[in-house]
Ligand binder design. Sequence first.
Ligand code: F6R
Length: 244
Amino acid sequence: MQLHICENYDALSAQAAAEVIELVKRKPDAVLCLASGDTPKLTYSVMAKIATDQNVDFKRCTFIGLDEWMGISPDNEGSCHYFLHHYVFKPLNISNDHIHLFDGLSANPEEECRKMDKIISDTGGIDLMVVGIGMNGHIGFNEPAESFGQYSRVVDLGESTKLVGQKYFQQQTSLTTGITLGLNHLLESKKAILVANGSKKADIIRKAVKEKITPHVPASILRNHSNSHVILDRAAASMLNQER
Ligand code: F6R
């Protein structure tokens, strides 16, 4: 795992965006999995701007959804669907046949999971994942647990995820379960980038990066990935030197 500490959120976002652009220039049909959430918003805006300015074409890329809230419609502004269309697919002009997202309204979420696993294996695997980290160390909706492992699955959301998740919604919303890629997908991706900013992430970043690799801090598994990068601003990195 490589650690990159940037001066601020702008610099972190510019670096993460540059990594995605570099890949798509080199491999125009790359398979990308991009998280939603507050952290990568600026990364995607910068990425879309560079794509326009430098004529980098994402139209041949395949996009794989990382996760979705179960029971939430794609039209809901808090859904991962809505986020990705707004920040990524519309600005980059991606056609629907290149987009594979979990259906949070599916009557058969287990089948939805197997479908996603097959799509990923049919593409030959994910080239790049850009992920955030939850306050409890989750990646996607892989909540703290007794074991890592797993491919796509339906999960009961942790208390902090239900609580923090309210920030994405206009009104109080019942969040109980999520559907997510598993940590095996992360480990098998050719490259993984975790972005985190702000002092509120400093403690969980310290746990993920410095303390033992444990499923109780799912993001710590990135240290078992041969090509993983953690890109932080100074505030998120501020507890890395503290002894516990
Ligand atoms: C979103 C996702 C989540 C977020 C994480 C951090 O698709 O998978 O794991 O990446 O909760 O969210 P923010 O960036 O809002 O702090």
